[in-house]
Design a protein around this ligand. Sequence first.
Ligand code: FES
Length: 148
Amino acid sequence: MHVQNTDEIPQLPCVTRREFMIRGSLTGIAILLAGCSSGNGPTAPASVNLTLNISDYPALANAGGVAYVDASGNPLAVVRVDANTFDALSRVCPHQGGTVSSNGNGFTCPVHGARFSETGTWVGGQSTSNLTSYQTQFNSSTGVLTIG
Ligand code: FES
């Protein structure tokens, strides 16, 4: 039987039980924070370059109406503010990419409960930023809405 000389055993860095617990806790906290951060899902594009014929969307016939529109795979909500004004918002939640839906007077994300106003401003629930909004231009003569 070979007995190894203790002088030959490589020395490992010593970590006390207390240091081990602190390091483990910090690692756990870092993992939890990473899980709660933004950017874990789809994100809203900076622009969508879309044109819509408003008469194709009966939900937009009256002020306050909301229509869901697909812009090349990007879910949008178009809100009719008044006769000639429309808002266009990404339905991608800025928290972690859930798809928000209209709740009658704004939008709610089903994933963690963030809530947004009709104009996309975060108003409660899971803390996050506002929905991405896009410029709109409505031609009342043609009924065409251009979304930037
Ligand atoms: S994805 Fe978390 S609140 Fe929307």
